[in-house]
Design a protein around this ligand. Structure first.
Ligand SMILES: O=C(O)C1=C[C@@H](OP(=O)(O)O)[C@@H](O)[C@H](O)C1
Ligand SMILES: C=C(OP(=O)(O)O)C(=O)O
Length: 427
């Protein structure tokens, strides 16, 4: 796909499709609940459709009409044996959270995914789930998909997360729902807490004391109505674009503002952006609101430590912003980026270097030296990674040449209307 250089600033106001993390979890918990759950604003990106598809294969009736989804839950032990292996496509969240649920069922399932998902580490969840009593077998000594999981009666564990991952935390908490005793997950650095908030909305008791989250086994969930807010990780592409493009002035409306996700807003502020946030309402326990950004002169900063889980998926677009800022931006403590849809440190460094940016990869991050206002156009590949694809598309605001983006279809994973929305804001 050819994306012509975009000279105009971003102007206007819009919302973005539903939050990916909340959409996945809504369907999962709804399937385990007694009664019907209705979901409004569901993300129809391919990853979330993989979640719907997986639960249908396990006998859950799910009706989907655009962004409205109705799930007919069958209770904690209502999942059926699937008669065929389950394809989880490109979705790490579906796979890891599902492994937590399947660990507690009395069945045997086989899971597989696409080329990218097949090389992403699954031992980070199978190790604690094995400790709880489930058994797994899979490629590379059970570290990779395809994986088979045999659920068992589980025993609660106390587990300190060795990686700062909401997916690992969630897998253990979901397994904890099936376990005998109280499961405790200790997270040294706070990660997104949508699972905890949604579990409570479905009627479960989850307690957090300090950095420890505790969940009692043998609880019952009840169907509810859920409104999914706009995905801040999708909105981030335009927030970043507007912040770095002179004369831009945009408002992203009805966006999820859960503080475990808002790192990108803090970072733009720290870089000097003019950005205002208004919480307009709460959907369940999740704050939702509008974000207003104007194009500003930006400067480099250091992003590390507790910042990282709060903006992990935004780091590729933040790296592009850093190329437009004066001075040096250092990103540290982000080795997790190497285990996403692609090695995102390598992908960002290679892509931005080819565009003419001074950027160096490190073991756990990157160092970007600005300011390179005019990037080189030409042909760039998304690495079949939606977030890299969107970063390349946004770079069309910083060049005088056309950009040819190959493998752009992957953007449908998380943001199917990305190009329409981008063209509307950057007319
Ligand atoms: O729990 C979630 O919904 C997610 C957690 C993050 O992954 P990790 O938990 O692996 O950091 C994030 O990168 C992913 O896009 C969604
Ligand atoms: C890493 C991502 O998702 P997942 O882990 O669910 O594939 C992402 O959306 O950037």
């Amino acid at each position: 796909m050819v994306i012509s250089e975009k000279k105009n600033p971003l102007v206007g106001s819009m919302t973005v499709p539903g939050d990916k993390s909340i959409s996945h979890r809504s369907v999962m918990l709804a399937a385990l609940a007694n009664g019907t759950t209705t979901i409004e604003g569901f993300l129809t990106g391919e990853d979330c459709l993989s979640t719907i598809d997986a639960f249908r294969k396990m006998g859950i009736q799910i009706n989907q009409s655009g962004t409205c989804v109705t799930v007919h839950g069958k209770g904690m032990y209502g999942l059926q044996q699937a008669i065929e292996p389950i394809n989880l496509g490109n979705s790490g969240t579906t796979t890891r959270l599902l492994l937590g649920i399947l660990a507690g069922t009395p069945h045997h399932y086989c899971l597989y995914g696409d080329e990218s998902l097949s090389v992403r580490p699954m031992d980070r969840v199978t190790i604690p789930l094995t400790e709880m009593g489930a058994t797994f077998d899979g490629n590379d000594q059970g570290r990779l998909l395809p994986l088979s999981v045999r659920g068992r009666k589980l025993q609660a564990i106390e587990y300190t997360l060795p990686v700062n991952s909401a997916q690992v935390k969630s897998a253990i908490l979901l397994a904890g729902l099936f376990a005998k005793g109280t499961t405790k997950v200790i997270e040294p650095v706070q990660t997104r807490d949508h699972t905890e908030r949604l579990l409570k909305a479905f009627g479960a008791t989850v307690n957090k004391t300090g950095d420890t989250i505790a969940i009692e086994g043998n609880q019952t969930l009840h169907g509810i109505h859920i409104e999914v807010p706009g995905d801040l990780s999708s909105a981030a592409f335009f927030l970043c674009a507007a912040a770095m493009k002179q004369d831009s002035n945009i408002t992203m409306k009805d966006i999820g503002l859960n503080p475990t996700r808002t790192g990108v807003i803090d970072v733009l502020q720290r870089m000097g952006a003019t950005i205002e946030v208004h919480v307009t309402r709460y959907i369940g326990d999740e704050p939702v609101g509008d974000i207003h950004v104007q194009g500003s002169r930006l400067h480099g900063i250091t992003i590390d430590g507790e910042d990282i889980p709060r903006l992990i998926d935004e780091l590729p677009i933040i790296a592009l912003v850093a190329s437009q800022a004066e001075g040096t931006t250092v990103i540290k403590d982000a080795e997790e980026l190497r285990y996403k849809e692609t090695d995102r440190i390598q992908a960002v460094v290679d892509t931005l270097s080819n565009m003419g940016v001074t950027i160096k990869g490190t073991k756990d991050g990157m160092v970007i030296t600005g300011q390179t206002t005019l990037l080189r156009g030409g042909e760039y590949d998304s690495y079949k990674d939606h977030r890299i694809g969107m970063m390349i598309a946004i770079a069309s605001l910083c060049t005088n040449e056309a950009i040819t983006l190959t493998n752009h279809e992957c953007i449908n994973i998380s943001y199917p209307t990305f190009f329409t929305d981008f063209n509307e804001l950057a007319q």
